[in-house]
Write a protein that binds this ligand. Structure first.
Ligand code: ME8
Length: 655
């Protein structure tokens, strides 16, 4: 029996229009499922919308609509967007679907009958943005740590899920299954939440007197279910739990979410599954945030990126490629059209596009567009073949381990090697010399390798993959489910080098990715940002600054950033030194040493935000490399760390 692969995205709130962040999660899920389908697995892909709760009621009221009218309209916008982004989900769930409602009630009743739900008095700080209560300990200066807004204090009688009963078991499970939550930083974060002791039982109801827009509890008609308890259940209700065919076939599956909803997925959901006796999911895959110019996207800042517009402007596949290639899965990344154009020109126009264009036109010129036969391989050819086989094996493994940027980079190693091979073998010279046998071998090896590249691209760039395969005379079969579906597994075929048909007529040209110019206004904007909004005209040379003062240009050289302390330890045999690992929103945490050990206990600094000089040249201290400096203030023998007044995304620029 073929193995199965079931992937889900978060079901999105319908309080706002879909944006780049939603598009990223859904495109990654689409890519993952295509990758597994390509390898012959039976796959199922679910996305949807989360339609209950306070947040939706408030957004509907603000739009002058009833909740039902409002959720219908925004859910429709999400459903309409996915085909525009090449996303082929098998199913779209809405938490207002009657089947879902019935299954949530069934689940609640089961957990209630198991004795894991009780009635009690409760007070807490409720953040509508997060749709959850915070304990006093969890607030930051009395504010919600996610939204920096003041939560409402609420005291009422409610139903509770005995989550705390399952926390020790969950901690053990996470410890003994290192990739249950991945990448590792989020596994550590989830464990730290559990070990902090701040988690209590979960309040899972809302009195109808306060909120009616939810699923009624099967054991008390005066209450509705808490929106997160209802929403998480979509992952199994969509499959027809408890007795649906798809549930039997596809559960347990994989989830894909961003770091904002690690807690409900990493803590609430596994304990709910355990209580009801369902198997746990296979992996929780957690990604970082797309930022725009290093800040969070928000309607009020007017910097929300519209995914459909980007796909239309730059081409759907180029947009998908950029998202997968420019975000290191797990870390935050910064979106800009300029970065997209730069990536487009380097990887798609110069490397991939150029390769297909050169080789196909040479084949047209030297062999009238027919695929030549390969003669005996030489050492150079064997090196290329080995490199290709390694690149494909790495691509497969890295993709499987959700390291998409590295997987694509591995595939591009092959693309770049092929371009170099053209240069070093100089087919034009072989042609001039009349060495047609060697020329045939060189062209044939390249065409075979290009076929492998084209197939591997299918998960990320399905349309491009189909076009390139067609140019090589290998049209992909039509598929109802995917549009086009490849019928070859590039991983299984990696070692086969005679898969094209000798003598077949193929395309004589290819021009898929013509270079793009960076528009003038983007260049100007960049220059302005670089020069601290300096005037356009060349400014007169500044007079030398008086002694003791720094030139503005000197100050501009410094790159100051906000970072979050991930680890902090004492350096053995160095009384003054602390060694920090700091998240600066980069692909890897930075190691920074600081001589402040006498003022702080290292463990009290973990999780704190600090201000960092990020572009200081690295130096070695006691054999350890330090890349940056942490800013402190000192007065009368007291030292304090400089920290932003509000929580900021790691990597935020200080100016
Ligand atoms: O949390 N960068 O829904 P939501 C990357 N309904 N991804 C982003 C992003 C960004 N800047 N902004 C949003 C909810 N996302 C709940 C989920 S699941 C049972 C219930 C993506 O509409 C990312 O996937 O707030 C994030 O986790 C999700 O949208 C949050 O969507």
């Amino acid at each position: 029996m073929a193995s199965t692969f079931y992937i889900t995205t978060p079901i999105y709130y319908v309080n706002a229009r879909p944006h780049l962040g939603h598009a990223y999660s859904t495109i990654v899920a689409d890519t993952m499922r295509r990758f597994h389908a390509l390898k012959g697995e039976e796959t199922w892909f679910l996305t949807g919308t989360d339609e209950h709760g306070d947040k939706i009621v408030k957004a509907a009221a603000a739009a002058g609509k009833t909740p039902k009218e409002f959720v219908d309209s925004i859910s429709g916008q999400f459903q309409a967007l996915w085909p525009l982004l090449g996303v082929k989900n098998d199913q779209f769930i809405r938490t207002t679907d009657p089947d879902h409602v019935e299954r949530v009630q069934h689940f609640l009743q089961r957990v209630y009958d198991n004795g894991d739900i009780y009635f009690g008095e409760h007070s807490g700080h409720y953040c509508t943005g997060c749709e959850r209560f915070y304990t006093e300990k969890e607030l930051e200066n009395g504010l919600c740590p996610q939204h920096q807004t003041k939560p409402e204090f609420i005291q009422e009688k409610n139903y509770f899920f005995r989550m705390s009963k399952y926390l020790p078991w969950l901690a053990d499970h996470i410890r003994s299954n290192p990739d249950f939550i991945r990448p590792e930083r989020y596994r550590n974060e989830a464990l730290a939440m559990i070990e902090s002791g701040a988690l209590e039982d979960l309040c899972i109801s809302r009195p109808k007197s306060r909120l009616e827009w939810g699923i009624e509890l099967p054991f008390d008609k005066d209450y509705v279910c808490y929106v997160w308890f209802d929403a998480l259940l979509n992952y199994v209700s969509a499959l027809g739990w408890p007795d649906g065919e798809n549930y039997a076939k596809f559960w347990p599956g994989e989830h894909l979410v961003a770091k904002d909803i690690l807690k409900p997925h990493g803590v609430f959901w596994p304990t709910m599954l355990k209580s009801a006796g369902l198997p746990l999911y296979r992996h929780l895959n957690v990604h970082g945030y797309w930022l725009v110019k290093d800040t969070k996207m928000s309607k009020s800042l007017g910097n929300v990126v519209e995914p459909a517009r980007m796909a239309e402007r730059y081409g759907l596949d180029a947009f998908r490629y950029f998202l997968l290639r420019d975000m290191q899965f797990g870390s935050d990344a910064s979106f800009s059209e300029e970065a997209l154009i730069t990536r487009f020109n380097a990887d798609l126009a110069n490397d991939l596009g150029n390769l297909f264009s050169r080789v196909l036109s040479m084949n047209a010129k030297y062999f009238a567009g027919r695929i030549p036969e390969a003669g005996k391989l030489e050492d150079d050819d064997r090196v290329l073949v080995e490199l290709a086989e390694n690149a494909l094996a790495n691509y497969d493994q890295l993709f499987d381990n959700i390291r998409f940027a590295q997987a694509l980079d591995s595939l591009w190693e092959l693309v770049r090697a092929l371009n170099k091979y053209v240069d070093s073998q100089a087919p034009w010279t072989l042609f001039k010399q009349g060495n047609m046998e060697r020329l045939g071998t060189v062209i044939r090896i390249m065409l075979e390798a290009m076929r492998k590249v084209a197939l591997c691209l299918w998960p990320v760039m399905p349309g491009t993959s189909a076009t390139l395969m067609e140019q090589l005379g290998q049209p992909l079969p039509a598929s109802e489910r995917f549009g086009v579906a490849p019928d070859h597994n590039p991983v299984e075929e990696a070692g086969k080098w005679a898969l094209l048909e000798t003598g077949a007529q193929i395309a004589s040209a290819s021009n898929l990715f013509p270079r793009l110019d960076i528009p003038e206004e983007m260049k100007e904007e960049k220059n302005k940002a670089k020069q601290g909004k300096a005037p356009q005209k060349a400014a007169p040379a500044p007079a030398e600054a008086p002694a003791g003062l720094a030139e503005f240009a000197d100050f501009q050289k410094l790159e100051l950033k906000v970072g979050t302390v991930l680890e902090c330890t004492r350096v053995p045999k160095a009384d003054k030194l602390l060694c920090f690992r700091i998240d600066l929103g980069e692909s890897e945490p930075r190691q920074i040493l600081s001589g402040i050990a006498e003022y702080f206990e290292p463990e009290t600094l973990v999780g704190k935000q600090v201000c960092v000089v990020a572009n200081l040249a690295p130096r070695k201290i006691r054999g350890l490399v330090s890349s940056g400096m942490i800013l402190t203030a000192e007065s009368e023998g007291k030292l304090t760390l400089l920290t932003p007044a509000a929580g900021m995304a790691p990597g935020s620029k200080i100016s």
